[in-house]
Ligand binder design. Structure first.
Ligand code: TPP
Ligand code: DXP
Ligand code: MG
Length: 619
């Protein structure tokens, strides 16, 4: 066990910049040890973080942060950055309620230039920062650090296209580890392989010399630096890459675990009068045997045993049930296609991918493309099922509307991680998809609570719906289910005491908590009834009508109040001239921060005790 002798002394990147070169390898091993230690307890994105230790050190050494700006893409790899920017003492709190976020947060530190969590934003954000600096006469540098998979997201290319036109003192660091969460896919990934292995690179030396000679003072100085270090220069190669065609000067590929080589490249990049792309090659999981061997598992992992690399096995989950169902129906129905935007393992489509190669599409981090592509498949008679996390579906708002719903194309969306997701925090909570889709015509939404309901809803979606249809389900495994509850209808069920004057209406995961609340209330002598909606859009009108007889209705919704199903339910009740009282408990105009799922549910008053208390104490 290390006492983190060097790391604990670094209170800011300024301290790092003063550190003797010979201490850097020891610093990097301390960082790796701390990363493994923290993630083994708190869970987190281990493999990506292990891969960028030297890169992060080289960046903070070469660029004068926070005067110079570093913008991290996704931000799941920013733990070392946090440790080097005055947050080492808090790193043990990462992803915990009230602790450091697992992603960059402007509110957390002046070194976190831009919030992230979703991919492919860094180039656009950094370009905006850079142009703002230009307008203000600030001559500092702006660096976007982006992974090879995030680079393929549409917005990166939009940003890159613009940056090539006018950016200055603007550097994109492409961190190429050949991996997304799974293996990186697509033409760009293939292209990078070519760039990496092609033997006939034009050595960068001549190119750099030409560039620097054009810049009189700084140029000759830089040239001396470069000439002194021919070994390093030889490693940097230049070829006529696609990046150059976009107006960028390309440096690379550079060993992303060699601080000296990277520092030289960054110093050289600073001298270029225009945007530069520095291509670094790293190993995801570097320095921890288990993560190097299996970076997919260690991309995002729950707590694990450092000695064995084992993490408590997750049992059957909604995602795995979804994946099994997909394999079952695809066997006899050749129209079924499975689509993922780089989340195959997360959404449970790995087995489908193996069994039905020609009908499986990992489109890379490209949610917008995934939806419109599904529209195209549907237009020619296929039944596309796009499995996507609720939070990432937000990316495809217009595609869902314009390319699917408006054309009444039959596309099925499996919305995984619907509702609160926990430690990833506000960027990842799945609490906006319902209000987003609720306003769309030609759209059906199911939100089951149990595995059985998920399969039934998928069946409805695939075989009994002819336009845009979403089936949403939470992160994790099967939920608490009362022994006497049986799911009868695919649209809605009543459970509990129908003769009560109090009704809870809910859907999805919260049905389970409401059932526990029902038991608490029963013990206290209060009987209630629960309306469990499975189909939440269009609302089953029979269910609304049957609710009219209850004097008091509580609508519990694990989603945003604005645009909620509760508000739609309220409108339907008003249409029917309901005279009772409806109270809506939903998420009221705020973002839900990182904490465990149960902590968040409690904070939002969605836990069984809060539900029971609300009903008992409400007058
Ligand atoms: C819009 C969006 N879609 C999907 C994800 C999920 N996701 C997080 S990291 C990641 C892979 C990123 O790969 P890369 O950028 O190469 O970084 P690496 O983890 O390899 O360092 C994915 C797909 C996301 N964060 N944002
Ligand atoms: C950074 C990112 O967006 C993903 O890695 C995400 O954290 C995965 O979440 P799950 O753990 O729910 O699969
Ligand atoms: Mg990668």
């Amino acid at each position: 066990m290390s006492d983190f002798k060097i790391l604990s002394q670094l209170n800011s990147p300024e301290d790092l910049r003063k550190l003797p070169e010979e201490e850097l390898p020891e610093l990097c091993s301390e960082i790796r040890e701390k990363l493994i230690e923290v993630v083994s307890v708190n869970g987190g994105h281990l493999a990506s973080n292990l891969g960028v230790v030297e890169l992060t050190v080289a960046l903070h050494k070469t660029f004068k942060t926070p005067h110079d700006s570093i913008v991290w893409d996704v931000g799941h790899q920013s733990y070392t950055h946090k440790m080097l920017t005055g947050r080492f003492d808090k790193i043990d709190t990462i992803r915990k309620k009230g602790g450091l976020s697992g992603f960059p947060k402007r509110s957390e530190s002046k070194y976190d230039e831009f919030n992230a969590g979703h991919s492919s934003t860094s180039i656009s954000a950094a370009l905006g920062i850079s142009e703002a600096k230009k307008i203000k006469g600030d001559k500092s540098y702006t660096v976007a650090v982006i992974g090879d998979a995030s680079f393929t997201g549409g917005m990166s290319l939009e940003g890159f296209n613009n940056a090539g036109r006018y950016a200055k003192r603007f550097i994109v660091v492409l961190n190429d580890n050949k991996m997304s969460i799974s293996k990186n896919v697509g033409a760009f990934a293939k292209y990078l392989t070519k760039v990496r292995v092609n033997p006939w690179y034009l050595r960068v030396k001549n190119k750099l010399e030409r560039i620097f000679l054009k810049i009189p003072l700084l140029g000759s100085l830089a040239l001396k630096v470069i000439q002194r270090s021919t070994r390093n220069v030889k490693r940097m190669a230049y070829k006529n890459t696609m990046f150059e065609n976009f107006g960028f000067t390309y440096f690379g590929p550079i060993d992303g675990h060699n601080i000296e080589d990277m520092s030289n490249a960054f110093e050289a990049a600073k001298k270029v009068n225009g945007p530069v792309l520095v291509h670094v090659v790293t190993k995801k999981g570097k320095g921890y045997e288990y993560a190097e061997k299996d970076p997919k598992t260690f991309h995002g992992i729950n707590k694990f045993n450092i000695e064995t690399g084992e993490s408590p096995q997750s049992k059957e989950s909604f995602s795995s049930v979804f994946g099994e169902y997909m394999c079952d129906i695809a066997q006899n129905d050749r129209r079924i296609c499975g689509i993922t935007a780089a989340m195959g393992p997360g959404v449970g489509l790995d087995k489908f991918a193996e069994l039905y190669k020609e009908r499986f599409f990992d489109v890379g981090i490209a949610e917008q493309h995934a939806v419109t592509f599904a529209g195209g498949l549907s237009a020619k008679g296929m039944v596309p099922v796009f499995a996507v996390y609720s939070t990432f579906l937000q990316r495809a708002y217009d595609q869902l509307l314009h390319d699917v719903a408006m054309q009444k194309l039959h596309v099925v969306i499996g919305i995984d991680r619907a509702g609160i997701v926990g430690d990833d925090g506000e960027t990842h909570q799945g609490v906006f998809d319902v209000s987003m889709l609720n306003s769309f015509p030609n759209t059906t939404i199911y939100s089951p609570c149990y595995f059985e309901g998920l399969k039934k809803a998928l069946n409805q979606a695939v075989y009994h719906t002819d336009s845009l249809v979403a089936v949403r389900y939470p992160r994790g495994g099967e939920l608490y289910r009362p022994k006497d509850y049986t799911e009868v209808s695919v649209d809605f069920d009543f459970y509990g005491d129908l003769s009560s004057d109090t009704l809870i209406v809910t859907y999805g995961r919260l049905f389970s908590n409401c059932c526990k609340a029902l038991e608490i209330l029963k013990e206290k002598g209060k009987k209630i009834c629960i309306l469990k909606l499975n189909r939440i859009k269009p609302l089953p009108l029979d269910a609304v009508k049957a609710s009219m007889k209850f004097k008091k209705i509580y609508f519990y919704e694990e989603g945003m109040y604005n645009g909620s199903i509760a508000c739609s339910f309220n409108s339907e009740l008003s249409e029917l001239d309901y005279k009772g009282n409806l109270k809506i408990i939903a998420i009221d105009d705020k973002f839900v921060t990182h904490q465990t799922v149960n902590e968040a549910l409690k904070e939002l008053h969605f836990d069984s005790e809060s539900i029971a208390k609300e009903i008992l104490e409400d007058k």
